[in-house]
Design a protein around this ligand. Sequence first.
Ligand SMILES: NC(=O)c1ccc[n+]([C@@H]2O[C@H](COP(=O)([O-])OP(=O)(O)OC[C@H]3O[C@@H](n4cnc5c(N)ncnc54)[C@H](O)[C@@H]3O)[C@@H](O)[C@H]2O)c1
Length: 255
Amino acid sequence: MPDLSGKAALVTGCASGIGAATVRRLAADGARVFGTDLYEARGKALCEEVGARFAVQDVSDRALWPEIVAQAVEAFGRLDILVNNAGMVTGKSIGEVDDGTWDRVLAVNLTGTMAGCRAAIAAMVDNPGGAKGSIINIASTTAMAPLPTDVGYSASKGAVRVLSKSVATWCAKAGYAIRCNTVIPGATETGILDAAEADMPGLKAAVAATSPMNRLADPAETAAAISFLASDECPFMTGAEMLVDGGALSIHPGF
Ligand SMILES: NC(=O)c1ccc[n+]([C@@H]2O[C@H](COP(=O)([O-])OP(=O)(O)OC[C@H]3O[C@@H](n4cnc5c(N)ncnc54)[C@H](O)[C@@H]3O)[C@@H](O)[C@H]2O)c1
């Protein structure tokens, strides 16, 4: 198990799914965790269960990001790990999407991730002992194999991949030991998939079948990859992408 003892972590979208599993996993691996979410009751309950702090945050609110990071630094004295996990789907194709839906999904999935990176780096450079940290951005296999039925989600996740590489290389060239990597989950048994299933009945079974394992991921399986990237086990990994998709993108579409 990665050893995260002494590390301080901030996890967005902590109230359910991959975010909740990540809070549990990072705490179990020894980190002090600060979770945030739009939804107070579920987020707070989950965080309290594992001894983590909690704050309400809409990740698309750029002005709030420095304050959230400051709260984490005030609580723990440093910030070592940021997991930009909060995200939403729209279920709207290019034939259906309206401006408000497009703007919202880009604001949450992409701008929220950028604002998180920016605020976290500003804190990580001042960490006691020197500029060091690990940022993990959560994209999606739709960043590589987009959904015709969700143009905004797919485009935002594609952009997150490139954002992570730009952040990673800027930090490296600045001489900071601040890494930034992307985790690319495949279909995972969470609320976001329930929301997508409501728009596209049969989606869950269909996406499960895209994996040669013929199943959905448990969110804990994704959290395990996040914990590894958060740890000091992989100091030369930055700008990297870690697929947690049960092999879905590794097989010829004809098989
Ligand atoms: N479940 C999947 O199949 C799958 C696949 C690939 C990628 N992902 C990505 O994993 C991440 C986590 O999703 P999940 O599957 O756990 O879904 P989920 O719906 O269970 O959890 C998402 C969480 O993000 C929170 N959230 C949404 N908008 C927010 C905002 N503006 N500010 C703060 N919090 C907000 C929600 O309240 C929720 O708690 C997302 O970025 C998603 O795109 C999921």
